[in-house]
Write a protein that binds this ligand. Structure first.
Ligand SMILES: Nc1ncnc2c1ncn2[C@@H]1O[C@H](COP(=O)(O)OP(=O)(O)OP(=O)(O)O)[C@@H](O)[C@H]1O
Length: 362
């Protein structure tokens, strides 16, 4: 296991980058703590694979350094980095048994006899593969093969880190949930540094203690799932995480008030004069915007639609013509399309050019 330091790390696929746009990974500094469960989350093309390939040694960064436990590994190839990787598609030897597949990475490291046998059986047990140990790889389903790939990634106790690149892509939807929870349990049981790349927020939020959210080649927030939900550091995080995502509205902010289309919205924190050139917005998640009968206080809105999402009902409303989503309390009945929106001031955040502005505490 290792702590991984990324120091002023950036990558451009073009030889002489001139502007930020030329970087697939904009220069950043970040620490992956030893034993942590991290997810690298972001949409297609945001730079996840580029970053993962730099950590694994498949790609040499155009700028900056990668350190494993303080040792500079930037120029070392994958084989010299002592990491395990699990890819989207299973890597399983068809002619070998499940046991041999799991034992293979250990044998390669010189392990033999009882310690090898104990570790193979431990990992097989954790992945529910004990009954399959004597079956050949070729006779297994895609799901089972990917479980073995996971096992082969997890089996070596001495790895600096295990890198997972969208490992559940080929897994049947109903098994995904099971494997996701299992990976989380495996992380607890095995105390390994794990980095899990995905574009799927559910996978990231269930697996990781800390999620690194990427957007357009930049790390926009590193935080626990709850922090990403309650305090998105960037409007992108607000949109990307949550369903529906955070409401973002253009606003004028001064002191403890935001003005949106002539209505005043109270803020928990105070804001100094904000840069006149920046685009100022407020963001509030639907979970912290509650619909109430017209005249109940809050800001007046027009209800356009109610969506029943099973456990909750979401209202699509307009505030001064701006679309928003809000939570509908179970017992609310509306007469007509006029209503009020009650916003939790502690959960209304202010953004300048997309980035969270820290207000002054109450
Ligand atoms: N070998 C390459 N040469 C030039 N540009 C590349 C290369 N690989 C990736 N890119 C570009 O770098 C950017 C980041 O790509 P990357 O594959 O790292 O993103 P990603 O988040 O992993 O996306 P996906 O989930 O689709 O794999 C994209 O604009 C992509 O087109």
């Amino acid at each position: 296991m290792a702590r991984i330091d990324l120091q002023s790390l950036g990558h451009s696929y073009t030889p002489n980058p001139k502007s930020d746009d030329d970087y697939a990974l904009k220069p950043m500094t970040h620490v992956w703590e030893q034993g942590g469960a991290y997810a690298l989350l972001g949409p297609s093309g945001c730079g996840k694979t580029t970053l993962l390939n730099i950590i694994s040694g498949l790609l040499t960064p155009s700028e900056g350094r990668v350190l494993f436990d303080g040792k500079d590994v930037t120029a070392l190839p994958t084989e010299a980095r002592n990491i395990a990787q699990v890819f989207q598609f299973p890597v399983v030897y068809d002619t070998m048994t499940v046991y041999e597949n799991l034992a293979f990475p250990l044998r390669n490291r010189g392990l033999r006899g009882a310690p090898l046998d104990a570790r193979v059986r431990e990992i097989a047990g954790l992945l529910d593969l004990t009954a399959d140990l004597n079956r050949r790889g070729r006779n297994l389903t895609a799901d089972a093969k990917q479980k073995i790939s996971l096992g082969r990634g997890l089996v070596r106790p001495d790895v600096a880190a295990i890198l997972f690149d969208e490992p559940l892509t080929v897994i049947d939807p109903h098994l995904k949930w099971e494997l996701r929870s299992k990976l989380k349990a495996l992380h607890r049981a095995l105390d390994l540094t794990m980095i899990y790349v995905t574009h799927d927020q559910t996978e990231a939020l269930t697996f990781a203690d800390k999620v690194v959210v990427m957007h357009d080649g930049r790390v926009v927030q590193v935080g626990r799932p709850q922090e990403l939900f309650e305090r998105p550091a960037h409007v992108f995080v607000g949109h990307f995480i949550g369903s529906p995502g955070m409401n973002v509205l253009p606003a004028e902010v001064s002191g403890r008030a935001a003005r949106v289309g002539g209505h005043v919205i109270a803020l928990r924190r105070g804001y100094p004069a904000l840069d006149g050139k920046a685009k100022i917005e407020i963001g509030v998640r639907p979970e912290f915007a509650t619909l109430a009968p017209a005249g109940a206080g809050g800001v007046p809105v027009r209800v356009r639609r109610l969506d029943d999402l099973g456990r909750t009902r979401i209202a699509r409303v307009e505030l001064s013509g701006l679309p928003m989503a809000a939570t509908v309390p179970e017992d609310l009945t509306l007469a007509g399309d006029e209503a009020s929106l009650l916003l939790d001031p502690a959960m209304v955040h202010v953004y300048a050019d997309g980035t969270l502005v820290e207000g002054e505490a109450a």
